[in-house]
Ligand binder design. Structure first.
Ligand SMILES: [Zn+2]
Length: 274
């Protein structure tokens, strides 16, 4: 996919491009991230990508569908916001959206709905949304925007692909990503070799890594690095154990365990039964 309008977030771009090539884009995404992370940019690119009629890389940015999406006037793209400032999308709005979704698209092959602040919807609105995600017409696609994906019901999350965005850091970006890479390599090395002190030190630096989304992105990349080390003939037993712990850690972090407790857990886990 052509997603260069979104700054940074290479992992998310790669995830989407791979998905489009292999099984096609999904019908439901949660786009999460803080203010300024690029949620709307990505939502627009995805909507355009779903409607674009180019045979080449999509969204092409030039076909009539892409142009209308970018101008915000495509009849098959709807943005749903709460009934008034400060109010989340209501259950009635979701029901109206459901009826609308069953009216076939006007011009495109698909209908795309952008839901603002979906994480603030109450349980009945989310449950109505869940029904739509499960039983909606095949041409309908839903982009749920959320500051915090954790505000969405687990049942809703399980029906969606999650795209967690990190704000791109301007001039500091390259430096930041170099620092991040060295953190990941340091942690993977410590997990593989496992001096207790070395690991504790490396894991402590995880705690200062800011938002939950950033932490998840970091854990994902760390798991990839562990896999690469195992493939290169590293200490497989320790690497596999570490990868397994990471998955547990991610599960725990989703359940709102304090990020600060996670590094301790990682260390303790590595020194049990080894
Ligand atoms: Zn196009």
């Amino acid at each position: 996919m052509k997603l260069s309008a979104l700054r940074g977030n290479e992992r998310v771009k790669e995830q989407l491009s791979q998905q489009e090539r292999s099984r096609g884009l999904s019908h439901a995404y949660i786009i999460s991230g803080h203010e300024g992370a690029g949620k709307h940019v990505l939502a627009q690119l995805l909507a355009a990508g779903m409607l674009c009629v180019s045979q080449g890389e999509r969204p092409c940015g030039q076909c009539p569908h892409c142009l209308k999406v970018m101008k915000g006037i495509h009849p098959d793209v709807s943005t749903v916001t709460g009934p008034m400032e400060g109010k989340p999308i209501s259950v009635d709005q979701v029901r109206a959206l459901r009826s609308d979704a069953y009216v076939r698209p006007n011009e495109g092959e698909r209908k795309v709905y952008l839901l603002e602040e979906a994480d603030l919807m109450n349980a009945s609105a989310q449950n109505a949304m869940l029904k739509l995600l499960e039983e909606g017409p095949p041409y309908a696609a839903f982009l749920l925007m959320a500051d915090n994906a954790g505000g969405l019901l687990q049942t809703v999350r399980s029906r969606c692909e999650e795209l967690a965005l990190i704000p791109a850091g301007g001039a500091d970006e390259a430096e930041g990503s170099a620092e991040r890479l060295s953190l990941i390599k340091g942690l993977a090395g410590a997990l593989e070799r496992g001096g207790e002190l070395e690991l504790l030190e490396a894991a402590m630096s995880l705690d200062s890594k800011g938002s939950r989304e950033e932490l998840f992105a970091l854990l994902d990349d760390l798991e990839v690095e562990l896999g690469a080390r195992a493939a290169r003939g590293g200490n497989r037993r320790r690497l596999l154990k570490a990868a397994e712990l990471l998955r547990e850690l991610r599960g725990a972090a989703r359940l709102n365990v304090n990020v600060g407790q996670l590094s301790g857990w990682l260390c303790a886990g590595m020194f049990e039964n080894l």
